[in-house]
Design a protein around this ligand. Structure first.
Ligand code: AHM
Ligand code: MG
Length: 337
């Protein structure tokens, strides 16, 4: 028996846009396109252990087929669905040096551009850990009717109209946020549809899990070291004890933080003072989702969503998650100034 109380992603987004006067449904169709790419990526991620899809691009697998690395495959799927769809004027991808402006009649009339990381955490595939696709959707600043331009992509994260991720984990989920809320959909493999399973997600105001690469501890700046020290010394009396969890796959670490509460940090290091994670493809989408869910995201000095990118592939340190934890972390940055 199929439970008809459960909405599919499509049904849900259509219901949402019907509530907005003058909405055209373009955002719904964009989310459906991204959901389709997610389903295709999911199939390949699931069988990654069976077929030699992990090999380098250009090599040949046991069936004699050309192997595309999973991240190249994922990138092609994302570009493909967005180019064939009717709602996207162009894309920027972590996998590509430059933006792709679709420049055909339908795409030029579209009002959105999409920035994405097609397969984040792909170094975890060999060990079967969860990985994901991350995306941020912006309304273009140039007028529809002409090709999109670079200015459409180099916008601060606060300009996102929606952002989301797909996590390929013990189950596959698509979570997306608009200003109206954050909702999570679990893929029901029997019907191949994402079904609403986590309506109106709110991140707990406080948590007990901190997530950071401890291996870099001695490369962190003083306020970060101090905060980590505080996390390790929390007791029952002051909200602790805390526990540390770090998968090394941002989608998985952030999904846990969103559901259970916590703080995720990727600080600058002496080797990489600007941090490792990309502003446009990783930090902005998660900052948008977390803020809509009631949390906070900062680079230590500034709200992530207010950072105006200089270049497409800019990186930033990030401290993101439950409001109380991020505020406490930031208090050590303020102290140091
Ligand atoms: P990627 O885009 O090359 O996959 O790298 C991003 C990943 C994130 O998912 C994760 O949070 C981080 O890199 C882990 O990096 P590290 O191994 O340095 O802790
Ligand atoms: Mg990435």
């Amino acid at each position: 028996m199929i439970n008809r109380q459960i909405l599919t992603l499509d049904e849900f987004t259509i219901q949402q846009y019907r509530k907005i006067p003058n909405a055209t449904g373009e955002l719904s169709s964009l989310l459906r396109d991204i959901g389709l790419a997610g389903k295709r990526i999911n199939v390949e991620v699931n069988k990654a252990g069976l077929v030699d899809i992990l090999g380098d691009e250009g090599t040949t697998n046991v069936q004699g087929e050309d192997v595309k690395k999973l991240d190249v495959f994922s990138n092609n799927q994302m570009v493909g669905v967005l180019q064939h769809g009717i709602s996207c004027a162009g894309i920027g991808s972590e996998e590509m040096d430059d933006v792709v402006i679709f420049n055909d009649e339908i795409s030029n009339d579209s009002k959105y551009v999409v920035m994405f990381d097609p397969l984040d955490g792909s170094s975890n595939i060999d060990t079967n850990a969860s990985i994901g696709t991350i995306f941020g959707i912006y309304r273009r600043v140039t007028s529809p009717g002409q090709p999109a331009s670079e200015a459409d992509f180099l916008q601060a994260g606060v300009k996102q109209v929606a952002a989301g991720y797909i996590i390929y984990g013990s189950s596959t989920m698509l979570v997306y946020a608009t200003r109206r809320g954050v909702n999570g959909f679990t893929l029901d493999p029997s019907i191949g549809e994402f079904c609403l399973s986590h309506p109106d997600i709110k991140i707990p105001d406080n948590g007990k899990i901190y997530s950071v690469n401890h291996g870099n501890f001695f490369q962190y700046e003083a306020p970060v070291k101090k905060y980590i020290d505080i996390c390790q010394n929390k007791t029952k009396e002051n909200g602790g004890p805390y526990t540390q969890r770090y998968i090394g796959s941002m989608v998985a670490d952030m999904h846990r933080s969103l559901i259970k509460g916590g703080i995720f940090m990727y600080p600058g290091t002496t080797d990489k003072p600007g941090g490792k994670l990309r502003l446009m493809y990783e930090c902005n989408p998660f900052a948008f989702i977390v803020e809509v869910a009631g949390g906070m995201a900062s680079n230590g000095k500034q709200r992530i969503l207010d950072i105006v990118p200089k270049k497409l592939h800019d990186r930033t340190p990030v401290f993101i998650g439950s409001t109380k934890m991020v505020e406490e972390c930031l208090s050590y940055w303020k102290e140091s100034q």
